[in-house]
Design a protein around this ligand. Structure first.
Ligand code: IPM
Ligand code: MG
Length: 381
């Protein structure tokens, strides 16, 4: 491989991406659409089983809208590891075309191949979808009211260590290079999303998390651009933390309640949000919104648990994470009441009332029974 040529190619591609970002794109106004199309993508392993349950709930909550033709739910097949391996693409073209015909996507977990797996080492479907649909804001709320935790993470979702994560090079047997990219436009839009959220939700502080003392150029830019954006929001304070101490402070019960909204580069956001979700009951309880100007995708943040399927236990899989993603989707497309109701029902069914328990095996409830329980509970709200 000609490494300099490779470097030249990726630099050119990134410069083009910046030009694309510069073209000002307004975000879509769902209220103005004649029909909102929700695409559901099951994914791998337990994905199809749990996505189906979340989809049933959305269909139930929006039944009148669906009847009126205002909303359509469309099942998108084939985002499976088998198909992706067959065509050697992170997202097969045919699937991407179908996805792009929808306005929002509800997505189950997809298998991410890694070295040594029986699959070709293709890029993660999540990462590819975030890039293809330009879903730059990964919004992950974590709430533990009894502990005073109310955090919203704005993880940058399209650049950082991820954008060229599959384009690194082994220069020799001894040296490997990966690339990390941060752009002014990329930071500006995630920072603005975080500040706008803070403003709309009465928050007083946005915390920028980097390692700008060491990774000076890219993380330095991230912090600098956040500081620039902060100037437009006089009433909101920007504070600045390094990722190492931030990771520690999240377990510091006295200090962690000070944090409200966090904005951070892709990889730090990936790591910190898993840690944060753990206080709420683990990644299985968290939902994740991937938001761009044109499209948005809502997903479960746990894995595809292929072992459960092999053992015939997928009908007992916990659908909470994808249902939470569904609630975020409802709020995002303007069905705020329905989304809130669903979040409340999730808390009642999963945390407080707990008439059914999911154990992942036949000792507990099936995902379908849990979804029924959720729907019955929304009726009482
Ligand atoms: C997440 C996941 C993904 C990521 C993986 C599956 C590629 O961990 O959504 O946080 O790293 O972004
Ligand atoms: Mg992650």
């Amino acid at each position: 491989m000609d490494y300099l040529k490779h470097f030249e190619t990726i630099v050119k591609e990134q410069l083009e991406r910046v030009e694309e970002m510069k073209k000002h794109k307004n975000s879509i106004d769902y209220a103005k659409l004649d029909k909102i199309i929700i695409g559901t993508v099951g994914g791998d392993g337990i994905g199809p089983a749990i996505t189906e349950q979340a989809s049933r709930i959305i269909e139930y909550l929006l039944k009148d809208e669906i009847k009126k033709g205002k909303v359509e739910i469309r099942v998108i097949e084939d985002l499976t590891i088998e198909k992706r391996a067959e065509v050697n693409q992170a997202i097969p073209d045919s699937v991407l075309t179908e996805i792009k015909k929808c306005h929002v996507i509800l997505k189950g977990p997809t298998t991410t191949p890694r070295e040594g797996d029986p699959w070709p080492n293709i890029e993660s479907a999540n990462v590819a979808m975030r890039k293809e649909l330009d879903l730059f804001a990964n919004v992950r709320p974590v709430k533990v009211p009894e502990e005073g935790i109310d955090w919203t993470f704005f993880r940058e979702n399209t650049e950082g260590a991820y954008v060229l994560g599959s384009r690194g090079v082994n220069i020799s047997d001894d040296i490997a290079f990966d690339f990390k990219v941060i752009t002014t436009q990329g930071v500006e839009r995630i920072a603005r999303a975080a500040f706008e959220f803070a403003k709309k939700n009465g928050k007083t502080k946005v915390t920028c998390v980097t390692k700008a003392n060491v990774v000076k150029t890219t993380d330095g830019k991230f912090l600098d651009v956040c500081k620039e954006v902060a100037k437009d929001y006089e009433d909101i304070e920007l504070d600045d933390w390094y990722i190492d101490i931030m990771t520690a402070k999240l377990v510091d019960k006295k200090r962690r309640t000070d944090f409200q909204v966090m904005v951070l580069p892709n990889l730090y956001g990936d790591i910190l949000t898993d840690e944060a979700a753990e206080f709420q009951g683990g990644v299985g309880t968290a939902g994740s919104a991937n938001i761009g100007n044109e499209y948005a995708m809502f997903e479960a943040i746990h894995g595809s648990a292929p072992r459960m399927v092999k053992e015939g236990r997928d009908i007992y899989a916990d659908p909470s994470s994808i249902i939470r993603a569904g609630a975020m989707l409802l709020g995002h497309i303007g069905y705020i009441q329905e989304g809130d109701k669903l979040l409340k029902a999730l808390d009642i069914c999963g945390q407080t009332e707990k008439k059914l328990t999911i154990t992942g095996r036949d000792t507990g409830a099936t995902s379908a029974a849990f979804a029924d329980y959720i729907m019955e509970t929304t009726e009482k709200l």
